[in-house]
Design a protein around this ligand. Structure first.
Ligand code: DGL
Length: 277
């Protein structure tokens, strides 16, 4: 029964755990296989060509695990490589970008939206293009915030230093009079409090992770792939480097859910023969 197969989720590293957290909240009965490409993170500073190659290799690995659907938790991959992945595989694929863009369009009242993300995500203008495809009459302003990822990985999500960095990056957004801001990067939901503080309560923050999990639920129902019950759902985590670090920092993202992490090499070869070494 395909319904009982797991959902595959990948990210450039640890940040995609924000998506795993929401998928567990919204679809607690589903098994999940997660891959964090911790050996090659960050993707957000790389060329589209490299990001797409990494994304294909990650997907090839997850396909060996019989997944029934693929969630691209990484905003950078969703921005530059989703179409390429969709062309290559038959199972349903969703990224985080479209659900976030749709939610922002629903939320804005003054039709001025801000988007923050990695350099690759912002320079691709993918959020802007997607928002304008849904609703051409909206102003969209993007801003890359490259220091946010290392801050979160370091566990610094609040306090004076964090606030002054967040304030500095978001200064432009304030002068643009946005009423909605898309958190267009896996790590940014952990900075929600500092971001809200910088922009004030008037601005609605869009968490792509929540929107993606809701979209996934609808997609599974629509395709007849949703699982009914599962007394002991499995969550299996793979990384391409430093499993202990992933488990330790992962605590900040999803608490105790990560009980075991296995290291794999990507590109993945199922059988490694010693003869070829
Ligand atoms: N996962 C990436 C994203 O959401 C952030 C980290 C990276 O640059 O790889 O864009």
């Amino acid at each position: 029964m395909k319904n009982n197969f797991p959902i595959g989720i990948f990210d450039s590293g640890i940040g995609g755990l924000t998506v795993v957290k929401e998928v567990i909240n919204i679809l607690p009965q589903e098994d999940i296989i997660y891959l964090g490409d911790t050996a090659r993170v960050p993707y957000g500073i790389r060329s589209a060509e490299t990001v797409i190659r990494y994304a294909i290799e990650n997907t090839e690995f997850l396909l060996t695990k019989n997944i029934k659907a693929l969630v691209v938790a990484c905003n950078t991959v969703s921005a530059v490589g989703l179409e390429e992945l969709k062309k290559r595989i038959e199972i349903p694929v969703i990224g985080v970008l479209e659900p976030g863009a749709e939610a922002a369009v629903r939320a804005t009242k003054n039709r001025i939206i801000g988007v923050i993300g990695t350099e690759a995500t912002i320079s691709s203008s993918s959020y802007k293009k997607t928002i304008l495809r849904i609703e051409p009459d909206i102003a969209v302003y993007g801003k890359a915030c490259p220091l946010f990822v290392p801050l979160v990985e370091e566990g610094w999500t609040e306090g004076k230093i964090v606030q002054s960095i967040v304030d500095r990056y978001l200064n432009d957004m304030k002068s643009r009079n946005i009423d909605t801001l898309v958190l267009g990067c896996t790590h940014y939901p952990l900075l929600k409090r500092a971001i809200q503080q910088a922009l004030g309560d008037r601005v609605t923050l869009i968490d792509s992770a929540v929107e993606t999990a809701l979209t996934l639920r609808n997609l599974l129902i629509e395709k007849g792939l949703a699982r009914d019950n599962n007394p002991s759902p499995k969550r299996i985590f793979f990384v391409t480097d430093a499993p202990e670090r992933f488990q330790r920092i992962g605590m900040n993202f999803i608490g105790n859910v990560i009980t075991e992490v296995e290291k794999v090499s990507i590109p993945y070869r199922e059988v490694v023969s010693m003869d070829i070494l």
